[in-house]
Write a protein that binds this ligand. Structure first.
Ligand code: FE2
Length: 478
């Protein structure tokens, strides 16, 4: 069982209050003149209510941070997504609804009230709206400027049975948005979506899966949408009887192997599916289809599902031990009769949150970014460093944020005048919890530098609990 509280717990366990649009104080350096647009980030902002804690980090109520960079400086806004479940629980001042790893009520009878859309995982910004995403339900629409919640948005086609996951991919050339959702019932189905740049679904297709599993992310790779289904089985009876949560009912079954499904991005039809060795991933970094038809994927690989337990324990303020993960390159020929896999480890220190320049999503790219541990990280620590992989040279440059400087996912913001190139002349944006100062900050690094120091740090007026994913909106499009 976890014991001592880690320094990061002050941030993770902080119940956010939120704030209206506020000018932000620059702590060091200055905002680059060609960094414009808005950084949006989503994450669980409340993990406790009336003395009761959520059962899993994934079940905290979502709040969205916006940091807008203008000619007169940076301004920040931070607001809870006003979901129906959040509002009802605010009113009742207690948890009412179940989540991914939480029973809504301590009493067994109280567990039948239903599932809360936590709206806490990521955001998707279109020209006219911001969508707060959660993989078990519909997106919540928010105002791009004020972050006021408009309400659930079905994107013209979603229903209560067809969720819209939290890892959509935007094609950098056509601005089409691809995404998926998994529905459970007599059949487990994978729903594929193609949306126009405004976020309206224009094409859907449902495919039966072999069994109930969990799917968090996918990759847009050239002509394909690629899914790697981990060998998880859902223990249905205790889940149906509300004895176990969804998270608790997921059973690691390595003998099933990981199944790879390849779909045509234009027709959403299945191209091929095959089963191979078992592994688990939360996230893909990117993928490309080479001229000979070979598919290359970058992902963070785990050897089992222990990572779920690590993430579950985070609300308690400690999580031990660090679960090993590595950044890997995976290659295969989707049209071959026997599409043998070829693996290469690119970084073998525990890592997560892989990202790339949004201009290169789904196609050849040079630089990958990811969070990682400092070399001497103690068991139970979260990430205090991020890194850039140069895929041409294989060189990894680590940016050590320092002890007890806890970093969120690092996002690439193209320079305002940047055109697509392989040089990544833009900016890397992260939120960091400075534990000694008990302050949340926004750090800006020059993506083309040695990453030794941020060129600018900005204070946020309130501690922002470490979150999951975000996006940078309103920057130069390729
Ligand atoms: Fe994710």
């Amino acid at each position: 069982m976890p014991t001592a509280q880690r320094s990061w717990s002050q941030c993770v366990q902080h119940t956010a209050q939120g704030f209206d649009t506020t000018p932000l104080q620059t702590l060091s350096g200055s905002i680059p003149t060609d960094l414009r647009g808005t950084l949006y980030r989503n994450g669980p902002a409340r993990l406790e209510r009336s003395g009761r804690q959520v059962g899993h980090w994934f079940d905290g109520d979502g709040a969205v941070l916006a940091v807008k960079f203008t000619d007169t400086g940076a301004a920040g806004t931070y607001k809870y997504v006003q979901t129906a479940g959040y509002q009802a629980e605010e009113k009742a001042d207690r948890y009412l609804y179940s989540g991914y790893g939480s029973h809504g009520s301590e009493s067994w009878l109280g567990r039948w009230k239903g599932l809360k859309n936590a709206a806490n995982t990521s955001v998707l910004a279109t020209t006219d709206k911001l969508l707060a995403l959660w993989e078990g339900g519909m997106p919540h629409e928010m105002d791009l400027e004020t972050l006021d919640t408009v309400g659930l948005n079905a994107l013209d086609q979603l229903t209560s049975k067809t969720p819209f996951s939290a890892h959509p991919k935007v094609d950098p050339k056509t601005y089409e948005i691809f995404n998926f959702g998994v529905s459970f019932g007599p059949k487990t189905q994978l729903h594929l979506y193609r949306c126009n740049p405004q976020g309206t679904i224009v094409q859907t297709r449902a495919h039966d899966l072999k069994g109930a599993t969990m799917l968090h992310d996918f990759a847009l790779v050239g002509r394909y949408l690629i899914f790697c289904l981990p060998p998880l089985k859902l223990d249905l009876l205790p889940l149906a009887a509300r004895i176990k949560t969804f998270s608790e009912a997921l059973v690691w079954t390595p003998e099933l192997g990981t199944e790879i499904l390849v779909f045509d991005r234009n027709t959403l039809e299945l191209v091929t599916r095959f089963t191979t060795e078992p592994w688990f991933q939360w996230h893909f970094g990117n993928g490309e289809e080479r001229s000979d038809g070979t598919v290359c994927l970058e992902l963070i690989r785990y050897e089992d599902f222990q990572t779920n337990q690590f993430v579950r324990d985070i609300p308690q303020g400690n999580a031990e031990p660090i679960v090993p993960s590595r950044l890997v390159h995976l290659q295969f020929q989707p049209t071959a009769t026997n599409p043998l896999l070829c693996w290469e480890t690119l970084w073998d220190r525990s890592c997560e949150f892989p990202t790339v320049n949004p201009h290169v999503v789904g196609k050849a790219w040079r630089y990958s970014y990811f969070s990682t541990h400092r070399p001497d990280a103690k068991p139970g620590e979260l990430y205090e460093a991020f890194a850039r992989l140069d895929r041409q040279s294989g060189q990894v440059t680590v940016s050590d944020c320092g002890p007890e400087q806890y970093i969120s996912e690092t996002l690439y913001a193209p320079g305002h005048n940047e055109r697509h190139s392989q040089n990544d002349r833009g900016w890397l944006l992260s939120t960091v919890y400075n534990a000694p100062e008990q302050r949340s900050e926004v750090w800006i690094h020059d993506a083309a530098s040695d990453l030794a120091e941020p060129i600018c740090t900005i204070a946020l007026p309130e501690v922002i609990p470490l979150g999951f994913h975000g996006t940078v909106h309103g920057v130069q499009r390729p």
